[in-house]
Design a protein around this ligand. Structure first.
Ligand code: NAI
Length: 332
């Protein structure tokens, strides 16, 4: 098989080349775009991470393609309908980082609740004063969890360890899980109104784009904190910027943000295309990062040593199994 790995780091390349040595392997650090795919058009298997877009136009460039192996849980970067039409199977890594991403969500929450980010910057300046650094306890606070799948469930377990009360919202509630983990499903409006911290762990789909918007942010308690480690597009950046600027929100912990891909393409955007809508999002993202009640990490929640090893294990299993005629971890 001709297998091409896009967005591939050196440590990944080493392992994929060793464990898939019977195949023809290409590894490139490039994101899959209309330009970069040109050298790999004869690929039968393509593996991508989250920044490559496999839309109708790009898919049409791979006449021999039979399998897409995304090295992520999320698959919003792949046009599944078009893949189905083209009889291209799509697999993902369904379980590599439930605890990993949940731990990161708590890193963001604790950073904001105890002003860790502000303290760090202050001590770098040899300033050991504690004025304005007073935080708040998590114990006794209400955590609103949107999306109670693998990651959301881990977040709930951790929240219980901190002595928090948990309210949850999911399109497909799991009452057994609620009984076992001792949390309560409530309508979205109630979750937004009651929670001191709201954390997002739902899938990004066309239906959930801008799920958190001006109206939902207005429904949140004044001074509440919003945490997003799921996908940037779930939160309307315009509305988030306003809610933070107006101090309706007390803070935001973000591992993802709408338009995060633009930050990497900044030079091109500013000096070549000048696309006004994209530029606006980029400037708004930057304004959000500069707010002192915002903690931002660059889509890094997945990135623990253990999780990355699990991604590589599953990616190799997905490919080897396909080669033996059995598709595992297929997204339908
Ligand atoms: P999961 O599939 O186990 O859980 C997603 C939950 O969202 C499910 O319970 C589902 O019912 C719910 N959901 C779907 N549509 C909904 C809707 N319209 N309204 C309410 N709930 C809805 O996925 P998992 O493993 O928990 O991951 C969640 C998300 O986290 C992924 O989709 C991915 O985008 C993101 N993620 C981010 C990472 C990072 O590095 N920042 C790493 C891994 C995942």
């Amino acid at each position: 098989m001709k297998i091409t790995f896009f967005e591939c780091k050196d440590y990944e390349k080493k392992r994929y080349c060793a464990e898939l040595k019977e195949h023809t392997i290409n590894c490139t650090s490039s994101i899959l775009t209309a330009q970069t795919l040109k050298d790999y058009r004869d690929s039968e298997v393509i593996s991508v991470f989250i920044r490559s877009t496999l839309d109708k136009k790009n898919l049409a460039q791979f006449p021999n393609l039979r399998l897409i192996v995304t090295r992520s849980t999320g698959f919003d970067h792949i046009d599944l309908e078009e893949c189905q039409k083209r009889k291209v199977a799509v697999t993902n890594v369904p379980f590599y980082g439930e605890n990993t991403v949940a731990e990161h969500a708590f890193a963001l929450i604790l950073s904001l609740s105890r002003n860790i980010h502000k303290s760090y910057v202050r001590t770098l300046k040899d300033d050991f004063t504690i004025e304005d650094l007073q935080g708040f306890d998590l114990k006794g606070k209400i955590l609103g969890v949107i999306g109670t799948g693998h990651i959301g469930s881990h977040v709930i377990k951790m929240a219980k360890g901190f002595g928090m009360e948990v309210l949850a919202y999911d399109k497909y509630p799991d009452s057994l899980r609620a009984d076992v983990l001792q949390f309560k499903y409530v309508p979205l409006e109630e979750l937004l109104k009651e929670s001191d911290i709201v954390t997002i762990h739902m899938t990004l789909t066309p239906e959930t784009r801008h799920f958190i918007n001006e109206e939902s942010l207005r429904q949140m308690k004044k001074g509440a904190i919003l945490v997003n480690t799921a996908r940037g597009d779930i939160v309307d950046t315009d509305a988030l910027y306003k809610a933070l600027k107006d101090k309706h929100l007390g803070g935001a912990g973000l591992d993802v943000i709408e338009g995060e891909e633009l930050i990497k393409e900044e030079h091109e955007l500013l000096y070549k295309t000048g696309n006004p809508e994209k530029l606006r999002t980029l400037f708004q993202d930057k304004a959000i990062f500069k707010m002192d009640n915002v903690v931002f990490t660059p889509h890094n929640a997945f990135n623990s040593r253990e999780a990355v090893n699990r991604i590589m294990d599953t990616t190799i299993e997905n490919i080897l199994s396909f080669c033996k005629g059995k598709i595992i971890n297929q997204i339908k």
